[in-house]
Ligand binder design. Structure first.
Ligand SMILES: [Zn+2]
Length: 390
């Protein structure tokens, strides 16, 4: 993929047929030349957030452990401080925490709410590669799929950090983007090939991000759309910048992979009714706003006391976004509007919010021979690719 070039990506021209993420804070008018990726990024590690003690391998001087003592952090050599900085023993090496290798530095802090907090301060492009490694299965991914994911992840990260000042950080989980540290080959032929594919995808897309006109795109992505994606504005009402429209996704519509079913237990529905002040029980649920392709956007919840309309994204967050896996092609039993006497059974298609690049679909299109530009132009029609490298 050419770098620093203005590439017009148009689905029509090419004859082409993506933990809800928080809204990036990018200003709605950000002239292209001013939107720049940071040199380094702070990544907060969710799995160790609040831990009482932890150990890191690979640092200068050998393995080291930390524990929280009062308002401070104590290192195993007895030193006390609010914060410790660790660098790898070798230049370009990694630090290992909970069996995950991290490039760059680890900063261990006293977490305000108790326990410890760790941030990985890492070069921006290393971070992008670590997101691709966290989001996709490198062992089986196609090069075009990796490249498209790298561009989407980079765009989302730049947008999320833009204008937030030097203390801005990203979580390493679905609150922002799943980040897996540095992918290290296990030495097998497959592992070496996977590492080479990741390195190549990162190099080929280095610095490239998606724009709409002069403005950074609000580039979302998700696991599987179930057959068609959702319009950004329909799902993220407070989207920071221009988003993407709903598009068909042939690989998903012909796959059973994205089908799921789940029964919300009566106790979960009662908790929901109580949290939303609807009364002691949820009596019925009715889709209210549905998009052109049948994706539920808002639902009316009828409780024993009150009725309330909520966004499906909010409902998914409350009931569990792994369980209520998407809002695509939803059906319920009892059917909408009928009295709920116990649990509520959901069946649907897709995983995730359904906006932007669909990872399942990108894989399918890559296997059909589409390159990454064509994949990106399909899910983000009209977007341009430009360098945001410093
Ligand atoms: Zn799809």
């Amino acid at each position: 993929m050419p770098r620093a070039a203005l590439l017009l990506l148009s689905a029509a021209a090419l004859g082409a047929c993506r933990s809800s993420l928080p809204t990036p804070t990018v200003a709605s008018l950000s002239p292209t030349g001013l939107v720049r990726a940071p040199a380094k990024v702070r990544v907060r590690l969710a799995s160790t957030d609040g831990a009482r003690e932890l150990g890191v391998r690979g640092a200068r001087g050998g393995p080291v452990t930390f524990e929280r003592v009062g308002d401070l952090v104590r290192r195993d050599d007895g030193r006390l401080a609010r914060e410790f900085r660790l660098a790898p023993a070798e230049s370009g090496g990694v630090l290992t925490l909970d069996d995950t290798p991290y490039p760059g530095e680890l900063w261990v802090n006293a977490r305000p709410g108790g326990g410890l907090r760790v941030e990985n301060r890492v070069d921006f492009e290393e971070y992008v590669a670590g997101v691709v490694a966290g989001e996709l299965s490198l062992w089986s991914a196609e090069p075009a799929e990796l490249e498209a994911q790298a561009v989407a992840a980079r765009t989302y990260a730049v947008g999320s950090l833009f204008g937030r000042g030097p203390g801005a950080f990203l979580w390493d989980d679905v609150r922002h983007q799943v980040y897996a540290g540095r992918f290290l080959s296990d030495g097998s032929a497959g592992g070496r090939a996977a590492a080479r594919r990741l390195e190549r995808a990162a190099q080929r897309t280095r610095g490239l991000a998606l724009f709409s006109g002069d403005t950074l795109l609000d580039a979302r992505y998700h696991a599987a759309c179930g057959g068609s994606t959702a319009r950004t504005a329909d799902v993220f009402s407070a989207a920071a910048g221009p988003g993407s429209p709903a598009v068909e996704c042939a690989p998903c519509s012909s796959s059973d992979q994205a089908r799921w079913e789940w029964t919300a237990p009566a106790a979960d529905l009662a908790r929901l009714a109580s949290e939303w002040d609807l009364g002691e029980r949820l009596e019925s649920l009715v889709p209210e706003r549905v998009d052109a392709r049948g994706r539920w956007l808002t639902v009316r919840l009828v409780g024993t006391l009150r009725t309330r309309t909520v966004e499906v994204a909010n409902l998914r967050q409350r009931l569990g976004s792994q369980q209520l896996a998407s809002a695509g092609a939803l059906r319920t039993w009892p059917p909408p509007g009928r009295p709920i006497t116990g649990g509520l059974h959901f069946a649907g298609r897709g995983r995730g919010h359904g906006v932007g690049l669909c990872q399942e679909g990108a894989r399918g299109y890559a296997r059909l021979g589409w390159d990454s530009e064509r994949i990106l132009s399909h899910y983000y029609p009209g977007a341009t690719l430009e360098s945001c490298e410093r």
